[in-house]
Design a protein around this ligand. Structure first.
Ligand code: GLY
Ligand code: MN
Ligand code: MN
Length: 436
């Protein structure tokens, strides 16, 4: 069985189970369509429904849909507009077409005519802001119990999905190296951003999220996406969080660089060691929350070792000081979406795991299982807004923190696929190693 054959068999089985558990006879998954800006006729970049691309690696055919009834071949209604305004969508012959019934349509009414009364028993999954989709006589629209069931099981990746993520990581790693070279050459943030895209022949709408390309202090802005057009007089540090897509699957990689050897380069090295030490703790059965706390303790030790904060690792963590430097979560599921869903689901019935108010931004609370894919992305930044809460606290060495401020911060982010007993695959480090 090919990897894709195995994948689509798994997807079918997961839909069979989800439909049986929730009492629906069939499902209609709509790919979606671009929204236009208010009072305008320009479409925003289109992003396909992740549960559509779960079935078939088709990410650029808006208004398409998949109808699936357990026991029957899924029907892919591939929408190809036949007008002189748009370029024809080219669908190359590919393996997935052997496992579905392919129906090419140039009007959405052709799909409803084909389905006839069958549409009335289907659960619809997708966006329905536009007509005629909003008026389709489906049985239910985005039923939460069906979606929760699918999202819970989606956390375990098939071999085909992992292979796509390997490719995505190789693309992103190649672009990361080009970006690093541009930083070393003294480029501006926008020039670095362009170097990243050019290295893999991507246009901006093809990367899975807005790349974070941050020089100097900008590294402390967690979702910085400004892209200064002028290079700073002195580029001291560079934080880049940028990904790539391959067949609809995401890479999400962060690296941090120092221009010169010395204090900041050493701090990056220490964070890299702390991240790798954490990677060695990932084993089936451990809870992701425990990993998050373990990473906090390692960062607390770095804060003490470098003299940013006084105390032991435990006391620094217990007093909440690490959260001022490492405010975000350790990571998240990754796959069809950069922040893949289901991180809070306790089971496939939709029960959720209670969040800890101490770590409000942690998106993954599940037990680690073989086949899950998630990121591990510790950070350490000087975020003045967060440090304000500790003003006047003598445990904080403000002079030392002031030395770090001009560098912004550090984040190191890899994607991991969990294997048996700690034999995990690091998609990101493997990708960089393959390019060395
Ligand atoms: N690039 C977004 C994230 O790391 O979660
Ligand atoms: Mn991430
Ligand atoms: Mn990231």
């Amino acid at each position: 069985m090919s990897a894709y054959a195995d994948h689509i068999a798994t997807v079918r089985a997961r839909f069979d189970a989800a439909l049986a558990a929730t009492g629906y006879e069939s499902v209609l998954i709509y790919a979606g369509q671009p929204r236009v800006a208010f009072l305008d006729d320009n479409p925003a970049p289109y992003k396909v429904n992740p549960l559509f691309k779960y079935w078939v690696p088709v990410i650029e055919s808006p208004k398409s849909a998949i109808f699936y009834q357990p026991g029957e071949k899924p029907v892919v209604f591939l929408f190809q507009p036949r007008d002189f305004w748009h370029a024809e969508v080219k669908v190359p012959e590919e393996e997935w077409q052997q496992y579905v019934e392919l129906v090419v349509i140039d009007e959405q009414d052709k799909m409803t005519a084909w389905l006839g009364d069958k549409i009335k028993s289907a659960a619809f999954i997708g966006e329905d802001f536009a007509e005629p989709v909003a008026s389709w006589p489906v049985k239910a629209r985005n039923p939460a119990n069906l979606i929760d069931h699918l999202h819970f099981h989606r956390a375990i990746k098939t071999a085909w999905e992992v292979d796509n993520m390997r490719h995505a990581n190789r693309l992103a790693a190649k672009a990361h190296l080009a970006a690093r070279d541009a930083f070393v050459a003294g480029a501006s943030e926008l020039e670095i951003h362009h170097a990243y895209l050019a290295a893999i022949n991507f246009r901006e709408s093809q990367v899975p999220y807005n790349s974070i390309v941050a020089l100097n202090e900008h590294g402390a802005v967690l979702h910085y996406d400004v892209y200064e057009t002028q290079a700073p007089a002195q580029s001291r540090s560079f934080l880049i969080d940028a990904g790539a897509l391959y067949r609809g699957y995401c890479a999400d990689i962060t690296r941090t660089y120092a221009r010169e050897s010395g204090f900041f380069a050493e701090l990056i090295e220490s964070m890299d060691e702390a991240q790798q030490a954490l990677l060695a703790e990932i084993k089936p059965g451990i809870n992701y929350y425990e990993l998050h706390v373990s990473q906090h303790l390692k960062i607390a030790k770095i804060l003490a070792d470098y003299g940013f904060v006084n105390g032991t690792a435990e006391s620094i963590y217990e007093q909440g000081y690490t959260s001022a430097f490492f405010p975000h979560g350790l990571g998240h599921f990754i796959g069809l979406q950069v922040h893949d869903v289901g991180g809070f689901l306790a089971n496939d019935r939709g029960d959720t795991i209670a969040r800890d108010p101490r770590h409000p931004f942690l998106r993954l609370l599940r037990d680690v299982e073989i086949g899950q894919a998630f990121t591990i992305e510790p950070g350490l930044y000087v975020v003045d807004q967060l440090l304000e809460a500790h003003q006047g606290n003598a445990d904080f060495n403000w002079d030392r923190i002031a030395q770090l401020r001009p560098y912004g911060g550090i984040r190191i982010e890899d994607s991991i696929v969990v294997g048996e007993n700690g034999h995990n695959e690091n998609l990101t480090r493997d990708a960089f190693a393959s390019l060395a």
